[in-house]
Design a protein around this ligand. Structure first.
Ligand SMILES: [Zn+2]
Length: 170
């Protein structure tokens, strides 16, 4: 099997970074850090999150669709030969797609979560502002109203529908 030479998925994007839509990536979590550290020439997890995902999109093993956001790699890749998956993974990690991939590395890969590049912490979807919640500080008097302090900004994710509360405005 030939080594996938380039990240055509990324390179086909405009210089601004993307064609309409988003660049799919993996969630930066402990599994991704395991993979980043396992590379022959380790890279920052932020880069691995995008580039490794692109390899699998290029290889036709993960479809670039928001249907996959929030899913684990294992679910998104569907039925594949493990040897094919390992070849792409080894090509990325070691620059040698025939090199064996240790089982802990393979397991970490299978547990990766696919994300969009929006703010939703669960799937990378786009957050839609709903409301704030807060409390009133009784510091007012006859002339001045009480102060309302915002505790959380409340959003929901347009993709997965989950509610996200944030101390900061997103
Ligand atoms: Zn979401």
């Amino acid at each position: 099997m030939p080594v996938v030479p380039k990240f055509s998925y990324i390179q086909n994007r405009t210089p601004a970074g993307r064609i309409p839509g988003v660049i799919m990536r993996f969630k930066i979590d402990k599994n991704l850090k395991v993979l980043a550290a396992a590379m022959v020439a380790p890279k920052e997890p932020e880069n691995v999150a995008v580039e490794l995902c692109a390899r699998f999109i290029d290889a036709g093993m993960i479809e670039d669709t928001n249907e996959n956001w929030g899913k684990s790699v294992l679910r998104a890749t569907g039925p594949q030969y493990i040897s094919d998956v390992c070849a792409v993974l080894a090509g990325f990690l070691y620059g040698d797609n025939s090199r064996p991939v240790p089982s802990d590395i393979f397991n970490a890969f299978c547990a990766l979560t696919i994300m969009g590049d929006g703010n939703c912490p669960f799937c990378g979807g786009t957050l839609v502002y709903d409301d704030t919640e807060g409390h009133t500080v009784h510091d007012g008097d006859y002339y001045t109203p009480d102060t309302y302090v915002i505790d959380n900004y409340i959003y929901h994710c347009a993709e997965c529908g989950k509610t996200i509360k944030s101390k900061e405005e997103l």
